[in-house]
Design a protein around this ligand. Structure first.
Ligand SMILES: [Zn+2]
Length: 124
């Protein structure tokens, strides 16, 4: 569990630093293939920009850009801490039913995020 947490935190830090550095040196991010093909945003559109805005401390802008990505970034440390404390407290493993419910919730959140982007989507 500690190794997984270390890998996730390291990945997140490297991603944030990489995004900030690429932005600082004027490197263009690849545009969204789905958006180029359909003219509509995908469920992840604006996620990179939301991540950069979060790294710059602009939480409101990040939420408007892509709410799910912004909330996920802010929630990851909390979820990791909850899992760690849960394990330290000797709690039993998460049941398969709970895992299924979490996947359903994740799917609903993804659909809601995509609807938001389709209705009030961010500029390209
Ligand atoms: Zn996209």
């Amino acid at each position: 569990m500690r190794l997984l947490l270390l890998v996730v935190v390291t990945w997140a830090v490297l991603l944030m630093v990489g995004l900030m550095l690429s932005r600082s040196f004027g490197v263009e991010m690849p545009s969204c293939l789905f958006r180029r093909m359909t003219g509509q945003p995908c469920a992840a559109c604006g996620g990179t920009r939301a991540t950069i805005l979060l790294a710059q401390g602009q939480f409101g802008q990040a939420l408007r850009m892509n709410p799910l990505v912004a909330i996920a970034w802010l929630g990851v440390p909390g979820i990791a801490a909850w899992l760690h404390l849960r394990r330290r407290g000797g709690a039993s493993r998460i049941t398969p039913i709970a895992v299924r419910r979490l996947w359903i919730i994740a799917g609903l959140l993804l659909a809601a995020n995509w609807a938001y982007l389709l209705l009030w989507g961010v500029a390209v």
